[in-house]
Design a protein around this ligand. Structure first.
Ligand code: ACM
Length: 266
């Protein structure tokens, strides 16, 4: 199975420019699964909720259509971040599409920093999408710091975690090694590069998009400062065997009777 990511450098608020840059990057590419960064069409550093609302779309919007076009030209299932509008609320979301249309969305449940001012927290359960027999779970950026997110997706059967990101802290790429080892899943962390200075905030995004294997091996690591596309071949079956050795199965060996505090304690 051929999986990959597109690392980009969005211009804030300029969807047309951001779409065109991606079209140039993916010219001639073929894949089965492609992941784009969080908020790849809009940029990240909002200064008001009104601004986030003005850039929000439904699942029938131009960003979804752009991703469907990519799915058609590459042959891939494509996942990317967008601002999803529903009623009065806007969500920091990821959308998954095929060449036939929208498959579904995920709304980020762990919002980072001032995202809490602009977005409503995700209101739908974590979900694994079965696409032609491959099970793909979506989480977005800061979700990585809550190990429960990856764990639940893995317990729901995910083979691969699609992880659109706009990372600003230096930890995630290392943490994903552990997330993948402990769950024996593949992960595609698709990050952005560049800086945004807007209002009182200045963010430098860390690049280094990464594909991490079920055994913690880093299969691809992008530069920290360049747009970048990579496609690699993986054997998805490896994510379906949770046995570390003949005595230890990472899912069967769980002692759930001792895990209550995880859901009970605040
Ligand atoms: C982040 O969650 N975009 C830092």
């Amino acid at each position: 199975m051929k999986i990959g990511y597109i690392q980009t450098s969005p211009l804030f608020g300029d969807k047309k420019y951001n779409f065109e840059e991606i079209e140039k990057l993916i010219s001639g590419i073929k894949a089965d699964l492609l992941v784009l960064p969080e908020l790849f069409a809009t940029g990240y550093t909002f200064v008001s909720k009104k601004e986030a609302v003005s850039l929000a779309e439904s699942q029938e919007g131009e960003t979804a259509q752009f991703l469907i076009n990519i799915a058609q030209s590459t042959g891939a299932i494509v996942i990317g971040g967008f601002i999803e509008k529903e009623g009065e609320k806007v969500y920091n979301a990821g959308i998954m599409v095929s060449n036939k249309g929208v498959i579904g969305s995920y709304r980020k449940i762990h919002l980072y920093y001032k995202e809490k001012l602009w977005f409503s927290p995700g209101n739908k359960p974590l979900k694994v999408f079965n696409v032609d027999g491959v099970k793909v779970g979506i989480m977005i950026c800061f979700d990585w710091i809550f190990p429960e997110t990856t764990r639940i997706l893995a317990l729901l059967g995910a083979d691969i975690i699609a992880h659109p990101a706009n990372l600003v802290l230096p930890y995630c790429q290392k943490a994903m090694i552990t997330r993948c080892i402990e769950n024996r899943v593949f992960a595609i962390t698709s990050n952005r590069i560049g800086e945004e200075k807007r209002g009182d905030d200045r963010f430098k995004f860390t690049g280094k998009s990464q594909i991490t294997s079920y055994d913690g091996e880093i299969l691809s690591s992008a530069p920290e400062d360049k747009n970048y596309v990579v496609i690699i071949d993986i054997d998805i079956q490896k994510a379906r065997d949770k046995k570390l050795n003949e005595f230890n199965d990472l899912f069967e060996n769980r002692r759930v009777e001792f895990y209550n505090p995880i859901v009970k304690l605040k």
